[in-house]
Structures are given as structure tokens and as C-alpha cells.
Design a protein around this ligand. Structure first.
Ligand code: 5GP
Length: 197
């Protein structure tokens, strides 16, 4: 059984990572499993526990950290987010490609821990900062302070995009999804060719 890829997708909050992911998940050929993170943040309207996130208490998050269950984690605008390690590894060993939607700090943790040829990192960038601000404001149920914190963090994240193997601009969802699918298929082909040589 060939091990699946670990695909790290980062990008500022509000850039549209979730929408692009939904588009990629429509293509069964990609065989993608989305890794649902743990978070201590409050559920937004329309979200469901176990679908967007596992919504946990601070105590539950602490227990996961203490048990070594998190591949990486980070604090973001007062809340914590983390990737459950066991599920990611099990899916990859079963041959599926696994997608992590995590911030730049989390991506840096994974990239330094995992020297694995099956890891590929992608930064999803907004076409402009103005479009990003409009999106963050449009969907937010948060206070102006929290919105400002998200915008500030977005600026810092975009400045670090060159840490990634690839930068994809989210001009349209369809194009961004196609670009990412191509990166995934190219990576699988390159690994297969190396295995044959
Ligand atoms: P939101 O509150 O908008 O859902 O997410 C805020 C930020 O946390 C986003 O940049 C998102 O990518 C990031 N994030 C979500 N899950 C994780 C995770 O498991 N680990 C890390 N490091 N960041 C995450």
C-alpha cells in the first residue's frame, strides 16, 4: 500500500480555504481526506461539531496536548487550534491523501517535524488585501477588535508565503482548486517515478 500525501494548506483567515477545499473534495480522483482540527473557539452559525472542527473545552484541549495527540497546534485570536495526529497518520497509511488547513505557525511546526517526501505545502493567497478585508468583515460575527486581529495576522501570514512549496492565488474557486489538484497529481507522479528509479 502506497502511503498518501500530507498536504498543508495555509492562507489568511477569510481567504477561502474552506470553499476551495469543498471544490477539491468534489473530485474523487484526488482521494482527499480533510483533517478536522480541534478548536476551543465558539461554533459559528452554520457550523457543526465534527465537520468544521471538533469544538472542545480548554480542559479537553489541554488533555490532548498532554497525551501527545496533537501533530501541531497554535493560539489564534484568543483560541487554540490543533491537528489530531492519530487520524492523519491512519488515513495516510491507508493510502489516502490528507489535507491540513492550518496557519503559518502550525505549518512551520509540521514542516520542521516531518522530513517526509510525501509532504507538500501550499499557500492560498488573496488576489488583493482589500478583497480579503471585505470577506473577513462580510462573514464575521466577531467584535471589531477580533476583526482587526484577524487582519493583522493576515498581513503577517501573507509576508511568510515564500516558506511554502507553492503559492496559489484564489482568483476564482474553480481555478484555485484546479491548480491545487495539479500540484497533488504532479507530486504523486514525481514520487512514483522516484520509486521506480
Ligand atoms: P477560523 O477561526 O477562521 O476557523 O480559523 C482561524 C485560523 O486558524 C485559520 O487561519 C485556520 O487555518 C487556522 N487553523 C484551523 N485549524 C488549525 C489547526 O489545527 N492548527 C493550526 N495551527 N491552525 C489552524
Amino acid at each position: 500500500m502506497k502511503k498518501g500525501l500530507l498536504i498543508i494548506l495555509s492562507g489568511p483567515s477569510g481567504v477561502g480555504k474552506g470553499t476551495v477545499r469543498q471544490e477539491i473534495l468534489k473530485n474523487p480522483a484526488v482521494d482527499l481526506y480533510y483533517s478536522v482540527s480541534l478548536t476551543t473557539r465558539a461554533m459559528r452559525p452554520g457550523e457543526a461539531d465534527g465537520r468544521e472542527y471538533y469544538f472542545v473545552t480548554n480542559e479537553e484541549f489541554d488533555a490532548n496536548l498532554a497525551n501527545g495527540n496533537l501533530l501541531e497546534w497554535n493560539q489564534f485570536v484568543g483560541n487554540r487550534y490543533g491537528t489530531p495526529k492519530d487520524k492523519v497518520e491512519a488515513k495516510r497509511l491507508a493510502g489516502h491523501n490528507v489535507l491540513l488547513e492550518i496557519d503559518v505557525n502550525g505549518a512551520t511546526q509540521v514542516l520542521s517535524k516531518m522530513k517526509d517526501p510525501g509532504v507538500v505545502s501550499i499557500f492560498l493567497a488573496p488576489p488583493s488585501f482589500e478583497s480579503l478585508e471585505a470577506r473577513i468583515r462580510g462573514r464575521s460575527t466577531e467584535s471589531e477588535d477580533a476583526i482587526q486581529a484577524r487582519l493583522e495576522k493576515a498581513r503577517l501570514e501573507v509576508a511568510l508565503k515564500d516558506r511554502y512549496d507553492y503559492v496559489v492565488v484564489n482568483d476564482t474557486v474553480e481555478q484555485a482548486a484546479k491548480d491545487i489538484e495539479k500540484i497533488i497529481f504532479d507530486k504523486i507522479r514525481a514520487l512514483d517515478e522516484n520509486a521506480i528509479e
